[in-house]
Design a protein around this ligand. Sequence first.
Ligand code: ADP
Ligand code: TPW
Length: 567
Amino acid sequence: MPKGETTDGFHLVIDALKLNDIDTIFGLPGIPITDLTRMAQAEGMRVISFRHEQHAGNAAAAAGFLTGKPGICLTVSAPGFLNGLTALANATTNCFPMILISGSSEREIVDLQQGDYEEMDQLAIAKPLCKAAYRVLHAADIGIGIARAIRAALSGRPGGVYLDLPAKLLAQTMDAAAGQASLIKVVDPAPRQIPAPDAVQRALALLRGARRPLILLGKGAAYAQADADIRALVERTGIPYLPMSMAKGLLPDNHPQSASAARSYVLAEADVVMLVGARLNWLLSHGKGKTWGAPNTKQFIQIDIAPTEIDSNVAIAAPVIGDIGSCVSALLAGIDANWSRPPAEWTAAVADRKDRNLSKMAATLALNPSPMNFHSALAAIREVVKSRPDAIVVNEGANTLDFARSIVDMYEPRKRLDVGTWGIMGIGMGFAVAAAVTTGKPVIAIEGDSAFGFSGMEVETICRYDLPVCVVVFNNNGVYRGTDVNPSGTADVAPTVFVKGARYDRMIEAFGGVGVHATTPAELRKGLEQALASGKPTLINAVIDETAGTESGRITMLNPQAAARKN
Ligand code: ADP
Ligand code: TPW
């Protein structure tokens, strides 16, 4: 580098990201980061520009989950930052690594509250909502700032990190050679954490003594990318397993040991449950209550990287703290040819329940009612996914989510992205864009009509980048169903009701994508197959019986009034 040459904050940010093999930015330009997006593109990074920061943030989070590298979301100050913050908080809740980088106003003015353009103390606001938050004030510290953000996002329990870059910093200049020397290539950003040998032995002893063992795989297990070892653990022990929604496909859903179709039975009856990267939160009824059968009949083994997760809801008899890859391989070392598989009465009982439930499901899926309902529409999608196991499924909604989760089988790891721990609506198009961009594989977004509305404008983004995404909108005219009636007699429709017979397919046509209006499973299947074959951005408006489904899907009972209404 010639003497006297200078660099600036913009370039140091880009160089620091590239040095750490980060090649994509999801964001939305504006003051003060417009030039950062331009320069990043000029420097060879992929810059995916969205219509709203929340979806750029969701894309960064999904990219983090899929790749194990922190996804980057770049926003403008105050309002753009706040729009991105929901995604940052959601990523943290889901244990997905991402970094939200926002431009900010001048500290001197913000701190004296003198009313700067888009004034906001962003660092203070971000702090309680993410894993770590940093601000860089000097160009010479950009390398450190990016390194700390990467480490914080990836090490231990992954999560969201906020990085505040004031406008002035980006324009700061410094000697180019000194700038390059200040950058850090992070060595081993997600260090392995080897479990203690006695913890492994304790877990093995418990598992060995179990009469009715069960393995429960969570999205932490999918994230860990220890696919072969996890499969070996399940297969060598012979223990039935249950995948949480985003762990589906870690082993193919048609695996003989999958207990998904006997979920209620195994949760209630198991005596030893081994959790692998899954928390005992609301999604698992906190590990207690009716779902889990008779009180005091269970013992838990929990594999997790976060020691404080242990005993969060119920007592854990055998915690195994470490990264899933290391923990599972340590357990495997203790499972040799002499390992006795679970008692036949347990595996036979599980198989029996499963067979009965699967035949019931097959009968329901074989029906072809008119209008189409959730089951018949999903039966069509199920067949297409079976023939394209490499496709990524994104899924949100209430009934659309619950039914798709149980009907659409997954065959490969990390092929299913959904509403996650919060049950948040609005992840759809952001996750779909990230899945297409980071993997190059086709994406099928199965969306409730309400769910789709949260990120629907991003179909323009999908068309603009010509991504192989097929959005299927389950259109039943409203939030949950479209049948509610306004009891007051005024002209307004009920709060859950949308415009009837809306043509979502025409939205994508406005941007040059392919719109399909499907009223039968055959039309839906054909549209989806064509979309996958062509790779063209497609939106299928799947017309669903507006009386089908239930309020809130399977979590009706969490509605404060729902229990009372049922009685
Ligand atoms: P699910 O919703 O699928 O049940 P959760 O998000 O509740 O899954 O749980 C994921 C868990 O996995 C978290 O407790 C997190 O600490 C843990 N985790 C994430 N990555 C790893 C890893 N590489 N090794 C060990 N544990 C991990
Ligand atoms: C950010 C509350 C949960 S599910 C849902 C809402 C609004 C939509 C259900 O209707 P949809 O699905 O999508 O048409 P379906 O299959 O039953 O027809 N705001 C946020 N997150 C959540 N979870 C909500 C509101 C909600």
